[in-house]
Design a protein around this ligand. Structure first.
Ligand code: FAD
Length: 461
């Protein structure tokens, strides 16, 4: 069977490798860089810069550095290091694809019929036919309609990654996951950060009490939040070259924020507009391709995975979709698309990690639940990292089945895997209590929260 995969991000390359492993004939079409958003301008480059920023801010905190501002030469080194990591990973993926016998084609694909795509590269077109196609075209930055948003100094998440100088004052439009990640990155490099968020609160879909803890800690670091506020326009002073961001605040009054740089981080849109989906008749909802649990669209030979179809726009969701699609194509029952058990991580400082039901979702679903909450200050290893935070476990009343785990604190983006496995295995809080957690580790906070649920805490009153 011949499979064409459009898009070489984490969804597309995982699907290509899996399909080739199953002995299918695979062609992967990519118009930009193999690795997609994730490896080139998303997950990996941001984490490289965050690592640099975190080391720098720790050195400043301990008084080992006199200046809290990073010199330009250090920042340029950090940029080079980031590019080296990106290159190493993208080269690694290319080598894997080659080794697996995947044919990679450079160019932009679009459908001409239900069995054929045209791939165009620098004016040269050629046709590829397929038995099955997996659309993995990802997403692009959504740009808000703001006057003055197209001038120098105004960035998207793609362009700010290559910023040459660390801004002294940064205004971030959007208090979502990406906005907060960049807020922490630059705050740790002594940038004053203002976040303007249109909704009532930052991170609206996350567990509210967990977000409150994160926000309190970010406020203490000096990040300013302007919620229920909308950016009206961005102006540039003709004398100082500074940017002025004009905002309508929660009380409807206008105010302005001065900035050297503005980051637009209001979300991402599925990349489906230029695919000519009308030629294959797949159903969509506002650019998102609608799929079933096998990632199969309304056209039986067309699958869609990752950001172009999954409302949870995360790399591991795209990879999990890739397994579901390929398993269905080769007739394996195994992998199903999961919407519920996708861990969500925010690499702010401190980090936030979450899996399963939030308290608000449990209330809405009418589930009878208990919540236990333990502060990170009760955990020795967290204190060593000088970070406060919280661990909240939601469990079903009566059965003790774990419904959701939400954490803020050091290394919680690693710890969330324990919670995800517990949810996948339908574990109870008693089973968490029976599981011996190594000491000293931040993971003990999960054990302590489980002990609180059964009424036998050790390290909290
Ligand atoms: P993509 O990675 O977007 O790949 C799609 C590919 O398709 C692209 O390479 C594109 O060039 C190609 N393409 C599109 N149209 C065509 C066409 N017509 N023909 C040929 N090729 C085409 N997620 C996490 O899980 N963890 C993180 O820490 C994280 N951090 C992020 C930080 C930032 C700043 C951003 C922007 C995103 C981050 N994400 C993170 C999200 C993550 O990058 C995406 O969810 C993930 O890349 C989606 O994978 P994908 O395969 O669906 O699409």
């Amino acid at each position: 069977m011949n499979v064409v995969i459009i898009g070489g991000g984490p969804g597309g390359y995982t699907a290509a490798l899996q399909a080739a492993n199953h002995g299918l004939s695979v062609t992967l079409v990519e118009r930009g860089g193999i690795g997609g958003t994730c490896l080139n301008v998303g997950c990996i480059p941001t984490k490289s810069l965050l690592e640099t920023a975190s080391s720098w801010s720790k050195a400043v905190y301990h008084g080992w550095l006199k200046e809290s501002t990073m010199p330009d030469s250090h920042w340029q080194e950090a940029q080079k290091q980031k590019q080296a990591v990106v290159k190493q990973l993208t080269t690694g993926v290319k080598t894997l694809l080659k080794g697996a016998g995947v044919r990679t084609v450079t160019g932009t694909a679009r459908f001409v019929s239900e069995n054929e795509v045209i791939v165009e590269d620098e004016g040269v077109k050629h046709s590829i036919t397929f038995d099955r196609v997996i659309i993995a075209t990802g997403s692009r930055v959504s740009l808000p309609q703001i006057d003055g948003a197209d001038q120098p100094g105004v960035y998207t998440s793609d362009s700010i990654l290559a910023i040459e100088q660390i801004p002294r004052r940064l205004v971030i439009v959007g208090g979502g996951v990406i906005g907060l990640e960049f807020a922490s990155l630059f705050q740790q490099l002594a940038t004053h950060v203002d976040i303007v968020e249109f909704t009532d609160e930052i991170l609206p879909r996350f567990d509210v009490k967990t977000v409150t803890v994160l926000k309190r800690l970010l406020l203490m670091q000096g990040i300013s939040f302007h919620t229920r506020s909308t950016v009206q326009r961005i102006e540039r002073s003709s004398t100082t070259r500074d940017l002025k961001v004009i905002v309508r605040g929660s009380n409807d009054a206008l105010f302005s924020l001065d900035a050297d740089a503005v980051l637009l981080a209001v979300g991402r849109s599925p990349n489906t507009d230029s695919l000519h989906l009308e030629k294959i008749g797949v159903q969509t909802d506002r650019e998102r391709i609608l799929v079933n649990q096998h990632c199969q669209s309304s056209a039986v030979n067309v699958y869609a995975i990752g950001d172009c179809s999954n409302p949870v726009m995360l790399a591991h969701a795209a990879m999990s979709d890739a397994h579901a699609a390929v398993d269905h194509i080769v007739g394996h029952a195994g992998f199903r698309k999961s919407r519920f058990l996708i861990p969500q991580c925010i690499y702010s400082q401190p980090e936030l990690a979450s899996v399963g039901m939030t308290e608000e979702e449990a209330k809405q679903a009418g589930v009878l639940y208990e919540v236990s909450e333990v502060r990170m200050t009760a955990n020795g290893k967290a204190l060593v990292a000088e970070t406060d935070g919280v661990c909240r476990i939601l469990s079903e009343q009566g059965t003790g089945m774990i419904l959701g785990v939400h954490m803020v604190g050091p290394h919680v983006t690693e710890l969330i895997q324990e919670a995800t496995l517990a949810l996948e295995l339908e574990a109870t809080v008693r089973e968490l209590v029976q599981t011996i957690h190594a000491h000293p580790t931040v993971s003990e906070v999960i054990h302590e929260a489980a002990l609180v649920t059964i009424g036998h805490p050790v390290h909290v009153p």
